[in-house]
Design a protein around this ligand. Structure first.
Ligand code: ASP
Length: 434
């Protein structure tokens, strides 16, 4: 049995609904569908969730939100009309309008896009509609996994062919609570796990992940297989297709996630798997991703390595200033702290002063404009030559490496380069491996 999730662009208008029906009816194993709210499309300039949040903001300031609500209404009613559905969605929309007017919460308001879309799709497919508020439960702001799994099993095990709204559930006070934005991915993942699905198909508008950002490498190939761990490394560096938290739930039962393209359903897409095995062999590198906007604080002090508590003192300065340390490459007499520029920008003088007071360094310097690039791949574990290849790709292109770090799992190599060398670095690393 397969659990499917369709993202907002896959359900933006009636043409997309038709594609979804073709996909779903082609395979009888496709039995549970999670939906997002309609996204941007030819007729909709805005995502429905964004419009709902605007309505909430206006309403909470006592302002008129009717015009914005009409945009939402038009999108849904147009789909009902185009698909010729026998469904009185207008009265459900009216109720929602009144709820918002009467002070409905932000989460309740935001969740209505998924709610309405699931009603629409279930009607169009002739499937059951199961409200997420009856099967997904939160406690202290987090998903209550035990209760959720229990309820899903109880409700859905014998109710095949159901459509479920993504993105929300019920909290301990019986109020609607949403996940963070893009959270329908998590709904799908929790559902696939609770129902022990064979696979979780996540349908979107791209045919999986690419090895490198196509804006930098337009000819980039698709990643066929990637492990959960590799994906974590890549998404941290900004490869956004799937919500970061969507990986955790499926880990338990080792359910693969297949990222598929609603507009090109024959494309294989990318499959996220628990581990490589005989069938799925790791490539040398799986993906390359990077981010701009880092700063390096370099501290030099002779014999710092033998000074007890030296690193702890530096770290506690950053901790009290609430600045996470991304990387910390060091040599015998110097250490660099790589931090997010945005997080340190307005505290930099204070941080420097405090480091000086606590550690009395010989020299301290701050450099902005650093980009970090992660080269991720299970294939480099216990294998020689990957880092040599990365460095020669950069060296041959006259790119100065400011920092190197390799995780102890050997799953990635991270290099820091000047922001002005960012794109050139990614291109040259991609080329040397492909
Ligand atoms: N509709 C919500 C959002 O725009 C949730 C989702 O699409 O997953 O964030």
């Amino acid at each position: 049995m397969k659990v499917l999730k369709f993202g907002g662009s896959s359900l933006a208008d009636s043409k997309q609904f038709i594609k979804v029906k073709d996909i779903v009816t082609e395979d009888m194993d496709r039995k549970y569908i999670v939906v997002s709210a309609p996204g941007k499309g030819i007729n909709n300039k805005h995502k429905i969730t964004d419009l709902l949040l605007m309505c909430y903001e206006l309403a909470s300031h006592g302002l008129n939100f009717k015009e914005i609500f009409e945009l939402i209404e038009n999108t849904f009613l147009q789909i009902v009309k185009d698909l010729n559905l026998d469904l009185d969605l207008k009265s459900i929309l009216n109720e929602i309008f009144i709820d918002i007017q009467n002070g409905a919460s932000r989460d309740f308001t935001a969740s209505r896009g998924e709610y309405l879309n699931a009603i629409l799709l279930s009607n169009y497919l002739g499937w059951n509609f199961v409200d997420a508020s009856e099967i997904f439960f939160f406690r202290d702001g987090e998903i209550d996994t035990n209760k959720t799994e229990e309820k899903i099993e109880e409700t859905l095990k014998n109710l095949e062919f159901s459509v479920i709204p993504g993105f929300y559930g019920t909290d301990e006070n019986s109020n609607i609570k949403t996940f963070s934005r893009g959270g329908s991915d998590i709904t799908g993942s929790l559902l696939a796990n609770a129902l022990k699905a064979k696979i979780y198909e996540n349908w979107t508008d791209v045919s999986g992940f690419l090895i490198a950002d196509p804006k930098i490498v337009p000819t980039s190939k698709t990643i066929d297989y990637i492990t959960y761990k590799e994906l974590r490394e890549l998404s941290y560096m900004g490869a956004p297709v799937l919500h970061e938290d969507a990986i955790f739930p499926v880990k338990k039962h080792k359910i693969p996630i297949n990222i598929k393209n609603t507009n090109y359903p024959k494309d294989k897409g990318t499959t996220i798997i628990p581990n490589y095995d005989n069938e799925h062999v790791a490539n040398n590198i799986t993906g390359i991703a990077g981010k701009l906007g880092f700063s390096a604080i370099t501290i030099e002090k002779t014999f710092m390595n033998s000074e007890l508590g030296f690193f702890r003192k530096i770290m506690s300065v950053l901790e009290t200033n609430e600045i996470p340390i991304e990387h910390m490459p060091s040599s015998i007499d110097s250490v660099s702290l790589i931090v997010d520029t945005g997080k340190i920008a307005n505290k930099i003088n204070k941080v420097i002063e405090e480091i000086k007071i606590y550690t009395n360094p010989d020299y301290i310097n701050v450099e902005h404009g650093i980009a970090l690039i992660a080269i991720v791949g299970n294939g480099m574990v216990n294998k020689k030559g990957t880092s040599a290849k990365v460095f020669s790709a950069l060296g041959d292109n006259n790119i100065n490496i400011r920092m190197i770090s390799q995780g102890s799992s050997e799953l990635n190599i991270i290099v820091g380069v000047a922001e002005s060398d960012f794109e050139k670095s990614i291109k040259s690393i991609y080329e040397i491996f492909n």
